[in-house]
Design a protein around this ligand. Structure first.
Ligand SMILES: [Zn+2]
Length: 269
């Protein structure tokens, strides 16, 4: 199906711009649903002249000096983020996603063995708390964690919320497909992965997700995962950025115990 337009990006200071990526936009990869995330996107019609030099340099300016009525081609996503940051962060909208699983034609397409990631109530600013639900093999609705105004306790509520969805609000992972065992850990945050895996197990539907260790880069069972590298996100919350396998977690613990080991750890990085 034809990809939807990415909704308008609105920043906290009121600045807006169109940010698009699809098979007709000046983006890389130039596809509707590529296998890998977009590295470059197309920007159009900013509400005022962009403030970052890197973005200004990418204006096409066909016969015009007006920076608002023009297109910015193949803009690296890092530069888009820099411009958003310069406008006090994202208030509404999101960067275009390459993931086709965000789109279903009918809510009835929710299927058994589907993990659903959807936007919860959200806080002010750019940080959104994700909610998770699971459709069990017997079609039972399993709430894996819902917070905020958009949290859903039943499938009916979720279907209703789906009717009013925006692009990027929903991601669906078909756990019948073995690819999901690596895709889910690669796409969702470490703390959410460990939470979702625990709740699924508790509900009697264990799933052997295979995250990749950030140190030795092997895939291993989520059951033996150690969260690693705690950082602040948006000044609102703390989250782990990385995941370690059992062996690397032990090594890491031993290395940080001695000064020598500590130094080695940093030389590795
Ligand atoms: Zn490891």
């Amino acid at each position: 199906m034809r990809k939807h337009h990415n909704p308008l990006v609105v920043c906290n200071d009121g600045f807006t711009m169109s940010v698009q990526a699809n098979d007709g936009a000046y983006c890389k990869p130039r596809e509707d649903y590529p296998d890998t995330p977009y590295t470059h996107v197309e920007i159009g019609s900013p509400s005022s002249k962009p403030v970052t030099l890197e973005l200004l340099e990418r204006a096409e300016l066909f016969n015009t000096e007006d920076y608002t009525q023009t297109v910015y081609s193949y803009v690296p996503v890092e530069i888009v983020q820099k411009e958003i940051d310069a406008h006090q962060g994202l208030a509404e909208g999101c960067l275009p996603t390459h993931r086709y699983r965000a789109f279903l034609i009918e809510p009835s397409d929710f299927k058994p063995n589907m993990l659903i990631q959807y936007k919860g109530g959200g806080y002010d600013g750019c940080f959104w708390e994700w909610n998770y639900a699971f459709i069990a093999p017997d079609s039972e609705f399993v709430n894996l964690g819902s917070t905020g105004s958009a949290g859903c306790d039943t499938l009916e509520e979720l279907e209703e919320s789906y009717e009013n969805k925006k692009e990027g609000d929903f991601f669906l992972y078909d756990l019948n497909d073995k690819k999901a065992l690596t895709e889910v850990p690669d796409e969702i945050s470490v703390d959410h992965l460990i939470g979702v895996a625990g709740k699924l197990k508790e509900a009697g539907h264990p799933v052997d997700f295979q995250p990749q260790c950030c140190k030795c880069e092997t895939r291993f069972s989520v059951e033996f995962a150690s969260p690693h590298n705690l950082v602040g996100i948006g000044g609102i919350a703390l989250a782990h950025q990385d995941i370690l396998c059992e062996d690397c977690a032990v090594d890491n613990w031993e290395e940080t115990e001695s000064d020598d080991g500590h130094r080695e750890l940093y030389e590795d990085a």
